[in-house]
Design a protein around this ligand. Structure first.
Ligand code: XIL
Length: 356
């Protein structure tokens, strides 16, 4: 991608800051949508080719696991910033923007946090955690996934949120506490609600979209700052997408004055045919159909994949194929060669016809 850096003149951060305020593919063509990836600390430390790929392809970097409670808070009294600091320093040294993932999640909690039993303790710990983490990276991490996966998998009337320790002890207010605290500590940060399965053609997909919009309205009515939605976009290769429903949702989001990022894009290919070339083509087509619909309704401020190379991906662990073949969810293959998905990303980022 020799021309990318030239086009991005001014650096990733300024592109991100000024990205795509209006709508339509024409605007996206004028200024490429920033692209990025989550960086996994083990691969980052051990594999020089991985670091080179992050440098070469990414405008935005997300520490994949190192800002989660499990990594930062394994020892209750002492914060362990080692992994996060390494990735943040690398990103800044290489002119990349950063997304912070994540301040509140029901998963990746250390055992002591799962043992919190009272409302007062939950609020105290949550507020203290957000204050310390956001303050440390103030001015360096421009965007935070303040809450992650708070929407119930299949929301029901009166029960929109996922059953986590935060929801159990604090109720729906856990979301408000998190956003309010992050905004207080870093008033310049962009604060995002990050969640998944907004694209699924099921009643749950539609219900999840409604819960997101209701949550944004509630936050707005209470004067709590929130700037955007992160759509994870772990796209199942074998499932139908509800692109009309998704576009409608994105227009509603736009009407609320919120912006959008694609935050964890990959293709879960466990049910796709075994042949690698065919699988890659199908995965690229899935990404293309999804992103085209997204960009036509509301161009995202960034497109971030959850990893960069098939050499390392959570899909391999969580969605293993029945035939034992390696998962191929990402834009680079296990030998760092760009796959058809990379051409699709380039085309869509630039609003051009290449890579069709
Ligand atoms: C995953 C990481 O990729 C794995 O390395 C880790 O073992 C578990 O978490 N949704 C999210 C991400 O918001 O934080 C998850 O990341 C993938 C699903």
């Amino acid at each position: 991608m020799p021309t990318r850096r030239a086009l991005l003149c001014g650096g990733a951060a300024s592109v991100l800051a000024g990205a795509v305020a209006g709508s339509g593919a024409a605007q996206a063509a004028a200024r490429p949508i920033p692209f990025g990836s989550a960086a996994e600390i083990g691969a980052f430390r051990e594999d020089a080719r991985y670091r080179e790929a992050l440098k070469r392809y990414c405008d935005v970097i997300v520490p994949m696991n190192d800002l989660k409670w499990q990594a930062l808070r394994h020892d209750r009294p002492r914060f362990d910033f080692a992994g996060a600091d390494e990735i943040v320093a690398f990103a800044i040294a290489n002119g990349k923007a950063l997304r912070g993932h994540t301040l509140l999640w029901g998963e990746a909690l250390p055992p002591w946090a799962k043992g919190i039993t009272t409302r007062a303790e939950a609020e105290r710990e949550l507020v203290n955690h957000i204050e310390i983490v956001v303050d440390r990276y103030k001015g360096r991490i421009a965007t935070w996934d303040v809450v992650n996966e708070v929407i119930k998998y299949e929301p029901e009337p009166g029960a929109p949120y996922r059953d986590t320790i935060w929801q159990r002890l604090l109720g729906p207010e856990h979301i408000e506490i998190a956003f309010r605290t992050a905004a207080r500590v870093d008033p310049k940060a962009r604060l995002v609600l990050n969640d998944f399965l907004f694209e699924e053609a099921t009643p749950a997909g539609a219900a999840r979209r409604k819960v997101a919009l209701d949550t944004f309205r509630r936050l707005r009515d209470k004067g709590i700052p929130v700037h955007g939605l992160g759509i994870q976009a772990h796209l199942y290769g074998e499932k139908d997408l509800d692109l009309d429903g998704l576009q409608h949702f994105l227009r509603d989001l736009d009407a609320l004055g919120l912006d959008l990022e694609i935050t964890e894009l990959d293709v879960i290919d466990w049910k796709l045919p075994a042949d690698p070339a065919r699988r890659d083509k199908l995965a690229a087509a899935r990404v293309s159909g999804f992103l085209e619909a997204v960009v036509a309704a509301k161009p995202p401020r960034a497109i971030v994949t959850w990893g960069l190379t098939d050499r390392y991906s959570w899909v391999q662990d969580v969605f293993p194929r029945g035939d034992g073949a390696r998962a191929r969810p990402l834009p680079l293959d296990a030998d760092y060669r760009p796959k058809p998905m990379m051409a699709v990303l380039e085309r869509i980022r630039r609003g051009t016809a290449a890579g069709k």
